[in-house]
Design a protein around this ligand. Structure first.
Ligand code: KE4
Length: 427
């Protein structure tokens, strides 16, 4: 028995499913999780010494690649000054200023410790600001695991095939309305029926938790105008897209303007950080200034701020790196499309910037229902083959591939070669 299997057999005795987050479980592809020992740049090594090209990057944070020297240096310096004080620090001021500088729609921002916490707080703030209770979310979008948002969610919930979660009382989800992604009519129906009760619409501006699904022309502007018409707030959940598509995230890349934005992943440079921010008149309602309470012992933690500041500063100071990354990614995903076509297969490839995915279906994927036509067994077979050939992909069809600025053309070419060999088997 290899070390991965041995670790997994031990892990399941002490951790539910042997993992600390369901999407790591490999259950949906029927194989043993790889226990990662270390990472560098775009590469991972598991506990058995196997090397992989990493297309997860910790589910998005590692846009510079693992172990960027500047990030590591700042983190090590911060550690020596103290791991946590539970008091204000200069680094938090610097981080807030940097986020406001990089994302024009944000005038004030609050640090938290995860994307879940960022979204939970932004929803509470929207409800406090509008004095309304209902929210609209989109089927297949995932916004973390707070009770009110575990409604027809994506990511691990979608992979597990459970539309919602046990343990969430009806009272927590009664004010959560679901609409269909890219379907403005399904949103308008809710507004026409109870528009005066709707506090906010929360959306992934590029959906990346049902696989990657791009907003159709007019979808995001349509949400903006419906929110304006009915006095609701528009919340962009940019936990994945924030600082990934460009320095100003999806809102900068696509030219949209939400009232509030949530972040996770990249803002922490690999450390546990989330944030929510937006217009000053809204954010000033957050305690201790206003009546919307939100708190956190480790929010703005100095070591996490050091990692996030280092990563975001590099992204701000070298914006041309995005052009290089996104150009490389465009060629890569186009290369996948070509190899699928050459193999006479009907699979779909959706991508934007350095974010993308392959759907094992012959249908164009524009929402949850079309994503669900994907053959997850075929995805599982493909994913296991890629893992066996040194390519580390999301162990679930309804996730994304993430490229980093550390990936090389040679690594992408080698990945395409492995895919080509696989698909030539006609699978
Ligand atoms: P976290 O609480 O996991 O930091 O963020 C929750 C979240 C919120 N919003 C969006 C758009 C997200 O994608 C996420 C988390 N994404 C998943 C990947 N699909 C995290 C991986 C996991 O659950 O382990």
């Amino acid at each position: 028995m290899g070390r991965n299997e041995a670790l997994y057999q031990e892990a399941v005795n002490y951790i539910p499913g042997g993992v600390n987050s369901p999407v790591r479980a490999f259950g949906s592809i029927g194989s043993c999780p790889r226990f990662i020992a270390r990472a560098e740049g775009s590469l991972l090594w598991d506990e058995e010494g196997r090397e992989y090209i990493d297309y997860i990057g910790s589910w998005g944070p590692m846009i510079l690649g693992h172990g960027h020297p500047e990030v590591l240096d700042r983190v090590q310096e911060a550690c020596r000054r103290g791991l946590s004080f539970g008091a204000a620090t200069a680094a938090e001021v610097e981080m807030a200023k940097l986020v406001c500088e990089m994302v024009p729609s944000i005038e004030m921002v609050r640090m938290v410790n995860s994307g879940t916490e960022a979204v939970m707080s932004a929803i509470r703030l929207a409800r406090g600001y509008t004095r309304r209770d209902k929210i609209i979310k989109f089927i297949g979008c995932y916004h973390g695991h707070s009770d009110g948002l575990l409604v027809k969610a994506g990511s691990g919930v979608m992979t597990a095939g459970v539309p919602d979660s046990l343990g969430v009382p009806a009272g927590c989800t009664g004010d959560t309305l679901s609409a269909r992604y890219n379907d403005l009519e399904s949103v308008e129906e809710h507004f026409k029926r109870c528009g005066e009760e709707i506090a906010a619409v929360i959306v992934e501006p590029v959906a990346a938790n049902m696989g990657v699904v791009l907003p159709k022309e007019g979808f995001l502007p349509g949400l903006r105008s419906l929110c304006d018409q009915y006095g609701a707030l528009l919340i962009f959940d940019e936990v994945i897209t924030g600082f990934r598509l460009c320095p100003a995230g999806a809102q900068g890349f696509l030219g949209a303007c939400p009232d509030l934005t949530t972040f996770g992943k990249i803002i922490g440079g690999g450390m546990p950080v989330g944030a929510y921010g937006g217009r000053r008149e809204i954010m000033e309602l957050v305690a201790p200034l206003g009546g919307v309470y939100q708190a956190g012992t480790l929010s703005g933690n100095p070591v996490a701020m050091a990692a996030g500041l280092a990563q975001l500063s590099i992204l701000r100071d070298f914006p041309e790196s995005y052009q290089k990354l996104n150009h490389m990614a465009d060629d890569f995903f186009e290369g996948i499309r070509q190899r699928i076509a050459e193999a006479g297969l009907p699979y779909q490839v959706n991508h934007i910037g350095s974010l993308g995915c392959i759907f094992f279906t012959d249908q164009e994927v524009t929402d949850y229902d079309s994503a669900k036509t994907s053959d997850t067994a075929k995805y599982a077979d493909y994913c296991n083959y890629m893992l066996e050939h040194g390519v580390y992909l999301a162990p679930a069809q309804f996730e994304a591939m993430f490229l980093s600025m550390a990936h090389t053309e040679l690594q992408l070419m080698n990945t395409l070669k492995v895919m080509e060999t696989y698909w030539k088997q006609g699978k």
